[in-house]
Design a protein around this ligand. Sequence first.
Ligand code: GDP
Ligand code: IMO
Ligand code: MG
Length: 428
Amino acid sequence: MANIVIIGTQWGDEGKGKIVDLLAEFCDVVVRFQGGNNAGHTMVINGEQFISHLIPSGILQGKKCYIGNGVIIDPRVLLDEINQLTRRGISVTSSLLKISEKAHVIMPYHSLIDQMRENQSEKSKIGTTGRGIGPCYEDKAARTGIRMIDLIDSSVFIDKCTTLIQEKNKYLNCFFSCHPINATEVIEKYTTYAKQLSPFVENISILLDRDIKSGKQILFEGAQGTHLDIDHGTYPYVTSSNTVSGNACSGSGIGPKHITGVLGIAKAYTTRVGSGPFPTELKNDIGDYIQKKGAEFGATTGRKRRCGWIDIVLLRNAIRLNGITGLVITKLDVLGGLDQIQICTAYEYQDSVMYDFPAHMGVLSACQPVCETLPGWKEDIGGITNYNMLPEAVKVYLKRLETLCQVPIEIISVGPQRDQTIMLNNPF
Ligand code: GDP
Ligand code: IMO
Ligand code: MG
């Protein structure tokens, strides 16, 4: 029996959606445990693209999907996602999808505050997705948030919502000169959302306990990436949840003894969307080549992703922080066509060489990558599903990554489709 956590090792968008969809075939339940609709996980099935923001990526394989207590839910986005999938012939009934009663709800003032703060000045901009993620987690920590269980109890909801909107209106007006939010309109809208979502609301911890006791295999689907983690990421250029594997337990309500493995997803290069230091960023033709060939546009906001070489300092940091037991290298096909490929193995800072990821953003911004250069390959590897058929230069690159990371590569992805995969070791 295996229960596996899937984690992004970089700054998100590593291809987690594709790998979760692929592995969902072998498990019984897929669980989201943190983040919200800042996530955009892409799956391509028979040429048809699906992007999930809140619903776990196991839904296309017809698996049970749980949204844990650590996730924050914009009810309108969730309902849109359910309706869109249903229109496309994917079943999203309340027997398949379950939402934690303890998950917090994103309210209209959360997104508004997020966007107003971001519009204030270039200097303080984090480059958020504008979905209200930070302000919603703030209210959760302040113990004033609204949970799903509150949303579906109209008297609790009306009471909490009325008080909160009064407070938020004062803040919005005072700092951003915003027009007040109309509490009656919000209550009306959210009451209709509550009616539609109440059949999905459950105690996920109890469901998972039952599943585990009956031998079901669980896949935990991380969102964002290790370096966007609120504690361990490039603070303050991070998201507002713990994205590391440890949070799979607290964000879903199980104990750590049930986790049997942690798969770290790493792109064969690095991308970042939003602001913040990025030591291996390529602001040149090679960066543009990777951005175009890899179609590196955000799945949630459509923003261009910044691109750079793979960064082993970053990967080793992720391996330690998450207890990664196996690596998945994605988008390897995108590097094809380059004469040479670089791997960043350390950072140079002032007169010293650093092998550990620094916490100080000033230091990180001043770090220069120390790189090894390897030969590139010209072949299109998008159709290769057998490791032995890969060009020699690709194998050399992969072997070097494995040696530097000291963790086995278990899956290699060479295209967005399910069958564009080399499975060396199925964790289930
Ligand atoms: P996620 O947020 O980690 O799920 O990743 P995104 O879906 O935001 O971004 C990954 C993008 O790369 C999506 O458009 C995927 O369809 C695509 N993709 C995933 N794996 C591969 C791959 O191996 N090769 C190529 N070319 N595209 C891939
Ligand atoms: P997936 O799950 C990439 C980034 C934003 C911004 C920072 C804070 O698809 O990998 P937020 O809206 O969370 O307050 O924004 O985090 N960010 C992501 N970047 N992939 C994601 O999710 C992200 N979710 C948030 O761009 O820099
Ligand atoms: Mg994404």
